[in-house]
Every structure is written in structure tokens, then in C-alpha cells.
Design a protein around this ligand. Structure first.
Ligand code: MRU
Length: 335
């Protein structure tokens, strides 16, 4: 499986996700500012993966002797929606705070160890999500997914794609429909690429085809990832997820969200309070630098939407499967 992100002595090595699937190019971020830029420009993306990247960015910043607060602030200002980013920075902060009196070399070594630990943990967490979710996937049917919640969006194995992988590994006969996921094309560029490498039969559909196929009886369930889950079970995920969830409910297809507990933000009562990232117009008006819209046309480009909890059949995490009422079940998962 592809190595999404790794710590090396030279710096943080990531596969450049803006260039997949055409080219497999690895970039090395040698200081924390380069990590921040890689997150902002989506060289690395996906909630758990940017959490790992932020933690490694903090470790780099400490190693290079930069001001700790500035490092944390810079990394925190890269992308607003995925709570894993803030969760990882907070975890690094706590470890640093507990090292009062240690030498700068000792603190740097400990930061590196913690960041590498977050990466290792994430792979194990994704495997557990897969194990918990696999039994929910109907045998002999198609699974629909949106965006990329795979190995590329995590340290490895994936959340939604972890569930799909685990279901396939358990012997279920499944295939996947991957929404293309306009405008950044995470579905066609990344999900299809990953699953093709695994030998899991995958069909790309454009986003506006999802309703048609959900109505056809062919789709056994939908599985998607999440960027932030509020206390009431509302789920922020890639733009377009909400439409898929509504169409799934309308057609009686279960809609599952797969995410680690680090994606839960129980400080937020509902999805209303989740900050939604607005990205550049160029992502919509251009495809690989080629204009596909009239010059200077107005564009809206929210990167995420919020799916109300009533459309979510269950939330699959590393500790089990949470169902409504989510106020209670999500809190129980964190106990
Ligand atoms: O803008 P992106 O590509 O970072 O958005 C990614 C998603 O919305 C994923 O579904 C989510 O982060 C879960 S990844 C396991």
C-alpha cells in the first residue's frame, strides 16, 4: 500500500496528491512552513492525514528551534474544517508542556517520537474501523463512496475505504462506485487509483449520477469518511456528501460514516457551528490549468457540507458502531 506520509531524518516525506494518478512524486518538507504549505495546497489532504502532517510539522518546528506558539498557530491556520488537525496539534502541545525543564534536544526527540506514534496509531485505528464496519457491508452488492477516505487520506488503510477493504478481505463479493468528487476529483484521481491497485472492482461515476444509481437497487450501502462530527451526530465531509445522504435515505440505502474518534468534536453541539472552508475559484473554473468557464465569472467553492444526523444510519469508529441517539452513543465511545 502507498506510503502517504513518513518521518525521515531529512524531513517529512509525502506523496504529492495533487499529481496523482498521473505521476507518483514524493516531496520532502524540510521545515514546518513547508508542511503548512503542503497541507494548504492539498499535497496532503484527508482529515487523519493532515492531523499526522500537522504533528510532524510541530516536531520539525521544534527541531529547527522555531517559536513553539508560532509553529502551532501557523499549522492551525492551514485548513479550518477537519478537527483532526487541531486534535493533533493539541496532543503535541500537551506532550511539550509536560516536558518543562528538559533540554531542547530532549524535547525535539520526544516530539518526533510522538508524531511518529500518531502515524502508527492511525494505521491501527483504520484497521479497527475496518473490522467494525465490514459486517455492515452487504455481500454481493455495490458500495458507493464519495471523495477519498482511503490510505491517502490517513496514515494507511483508510476509514471508509478501510471498511471496504476489510469487507473484501473477509471474502464478501463487493464492488465500488466512486463519486468523481468535483471540483478536486479526489474520487476519480485518488479513490479509484487506490482501489484499482488493491484489485477491488471500481467504477467512477460523476457526482450527479449518484441519485440514479441509488434508485437502481444496485447500491447496498454508502460509506464515507468525515472531517468533523458534532455532538448530535451531524457530519461535515466533502462537499456533495449531504446530497448523497439524502438520496440514500430516500431510496432506503444505509448511509454509514467511518471515522476515528479524533474526528468527533463534542464541544460543538451541532453541525451549524462547524467552520466550512471556502477554497479558490480556480479549482472550479479550471481543470489542470485549462479554463472550463468564462473568465471572471462568479464562483462558490465550499469544500465541505454538513449532513444532518437524521440521514446517518451509523457512525463506525475504532471503538465500535454508534447509532442514534448520537448525543449518547458518541459520548459513550469517548468514555
Ligand atoms: O478536502 P479533502 O480532500 O481534505 O477532504 C477530505 C474528505 O472530505 C474526507 O472524506 C475526510 O477527510 C475523511 S478522510 C479519512
Amino acid at each position: 500500500m502507498v506510503e502517504t506520509i513518513q518521518w525521515t531524518d531529512e524531513g517529512v516525506v509525502m506523496i504529492d496528491q495533487t499529481r496523482l494518478p498521473r505521476e507518483q512524486v514524493f516531496v520532502t518538507c524540510r521545515d514546518y512552513k513547508e508542511v503548512a504549505e503542503a497541507i494548504r495546497s492539498m499535497v496532503i489532504r484527508g482529515a487523519p492525514a493532515i492531523g499526522v502532517a500537522a504533528a510532524m510539522g510541530v516536531a520539525l518546528g521544534v527541531r529547527e528551534g522555531a517559536d513553539f506558539e508560532t509553529v502551532c498557530q501557523t499549522l492551525a491556520q492551514t485548513r479550518p474544517t477537519a478537527v483532526n488537525l487541531f486534535w493533533a496539534i493539541e496532543r503535541m502541545r500537551r506532550v511539550a508542556a509536560a516536558m518543562n525543564g528538559a533540554s531542547s534536544g530532549e524535547v525535539a526527540a520526544r516530539m518526533i517520537e510522538e508524531a511518529r506514534g500518531i502515524r502508527e496509531d492511525d494505521i491501527a485505528i483504520c484497521r479497527a474501523i475496518g473490522r467494525n464496519g465490514a459486517p455492515l457491508v452487504p455481500d454481493g452488492k455495490t458500495v458507493l463512496t464519495h471523495c477519498n477516505a482511503g490510505a491517502l487520506a490517513t496514515a494507511g488503510y483508510g476509514t471508509a475505504l478501510g471498511v471496504i477493504r476489510a469487507a473484501a478481505e473477509s471474502g464478501k463479493q463487493i464492488d465500488v462506485f466512486a463519486d468523481e468528487t468535483r471540483p478536486f476529483l479526489q474520487g476519480s484521481r485518488l479513490t479509484a487509483w487506490e482501489l484499482q491497485q488493491d484489485g477491488i472492482a471500481t467504477t467512477i461515476i460523476t457526482d450527479n449520477m449518484a441519485g440514479h444509481f441509488l434508485h437502481s437497487g444496485r447500491i447496498g450501502c454508502v460509506v464515507v469518511g468525515a472531517d468533523r462530527i458534532a455532538a448530535n451526530g451531524d457530519v461535515a465531509n466533502k462537499i456533495g456528501t449531504y446530497s448523497v445522504a439524502v438520496l440514500a435515505k430516500e431510496n432506503g440505502v444505509p448511509f454509514y460514516v467511518a471515522a476515528p474518534v479524533s474526528t468527533f468534536d463534542l464541544s460543538i453541539p451541532s453541525g451549524e457551528a462547524i467552520p466550512i472552508e471556502q477554497r479558490s475559484a480556480a479549482e472550479v473554473t479550471h481543470v489542470f490549468g485549462v479554463p472550463i468557464a468564462p473568465e471572471s465569472i462568479a464562483v462558490a467553492n465550499p469544500a465541505f457540507d454538513v449532513t444532518p444526523a437524521r440521514y446517518v444510519t451509523a457512525i463506525i469508529c475504532e471503538r465500535g458502531v454508534a447509532r442514534a441517539p448520537y448525543e449518547e452513543s458518541l459520548r459513550n465511545m469517548l468514555r
